[in-house]
Write a protein that binds this ligand. Structure first.
Ligand code: DOR
Ligand code: ZN
Length: 345
């Protein structure tokens, strides 16, 4: 196959940041995606409905006029979150989901949740109104090895939470392990998962072999090869519970290339090309549209986009800039480490 036409994709997990960075990165997502779930981990975080309304306005103000893009807003769950504010932001259509960051798990997560007991009234309200909870699924216990933090989270936090609030609809974000894949596959209809582009393409060797490579560092950190293969199998299987959330997470190069580099990989620019490559390698191009364009809307109760997008397989590899230049500084683009021939027409 040298050409594939799919409904215009959506990105179910995206970091757009704010200010000059927002202006610098938004056009890339808006070019290839119709909608995206916008992560709320700004400084300060997007906690209330009013915060989300203001952030949504800033995103729309930064959007180039010729691009059609709808930001789907999320609220950052804190131990002080008001269930009534969450419910009214959802009822008005302003906010699509709530994001749970275990405090300390990742970038700007210090205002996140330490004690799940304290947010039970919010979670119970969300279960009642059918509002999904997006979860960064990693424990923060320093005694737990960083490569085990997702699996331990599933056993010690997610599974008990699902037993306690079975009606709560949960998106387990950016699964990176075979345990995550197996857990979602074995769960009921109230659990789904996003998978990033980069976790389908790299394993932990990309970060650590031949020198330390900060531009492959993200959280959850890429795992060993057997996990990558499990993710590829899930993403390309056609299983409706798995869909794309790029977790494209730009940081300026000086904050990545330093003694304590930030977590995050910027993939907004070449995600669709990389995914076509992965699905072609897996002999599953017929499942690409499910992963990028159909399964996510079904989970979030939204229509599939009517517009169509064609990806073309070129004879010679396609190229992107090594980095983009934003008003905040340069941001290195994800390098998939192999030639990619697919291009959005
Ligand atoms: O790699 C990551 N970067 N993982 C996250 O969970 C957060 C994100 C960010 O905001 O930079
Ligand atoms: Zn993220």
């Amino acid at each position: 196959m040298t050409e594939i036409t799919i409904p215009r994709p959506d990105d179910w997990h995206l970091h757009l940041r704010d200010g000059a960075m927002l202006e610098g990165v938004l056009p890339y997502s808006a070019r290839d995606f119709a909608r995206a779930i916008i992560m709320p981990n700004l400084v300060p975080p997007v906690v209330t409905g009013a915060d989300a309304a203001a952030y949504r306005d800033r995103i729309l103000a930064a959007l180039p006029k010729d691009l059609d893009f709808t930001p789907l807003m999320t609220l950052y769950l804190t131990e002080g979150t008001d269930p009534a504010d969450v419910a009214s932001a959802h009822a008005s259509g302003l906010v699509t989901a709530v994001k749970l960051y275990p405090a300390g798990a990742t970038t700007n997560s210090h205002s996140g949740v330490r004690d799940l007991g304290k947010v039970m009234p919010v979670l119970e309200k969300m279960a009642e109104i059918g509002m999904p909870l997006c979860i960064h699924g990693e424990v923060t216990d320093p005694a737990v090895d960083i490569f085990d933090r997702e699996a331990v989270f599933i056993d010690t936090v997610l599974d008990p939470l699902r037993a306690r609030v079975p009606e709560l609809r949960i998106t387990l974000e950016h699964v990176t392990t075979s345990q995550g894949v197996d857990y979602v596959m074995g769960a009921d209809a109230n659990l789904a998962a996003t998978i990033t582009t980069h976790h389908l393409m790299i394993n932990r060797n990309a970060i650590l072999v031949g020198g330390i490579k900060p531009h492959y560092y993200c959280l959850p950190v890429a795992k060993r090869e057997s996990h990558r293969l499990a993710l590829r199998k899930a993403a390309t299987s056609g299983d409706k519970r798995f869909f794309l959330g790029t977790d494209s997470a730009p940081h300026v190069d000086p904050l990545k290339e330093c003694a304590c580099g930030c977590a995050g990989i910027f993939t907004a620019i070449n995600t669709l090309s990389c995914l076509a490559h992965v699905f072609e390698e897996e002999g599953a191009l017929d499942h690409l549209a499910g992963f990028t364009s159909r399964n996510g809307p079904a989970w979030y109760g939204l229509p599939v986009n009517e517009a169509m997008v064609t990806l073309v397989r070129r004879e010679t590899p396609v190229h992107w800039p090594e980095r983009i230049f934003t008003g905040d500084g340069p941001v290195t683009v994800f390098d998939p480490l192999l030639p990619i021939h697919w291009e959005v027409a």
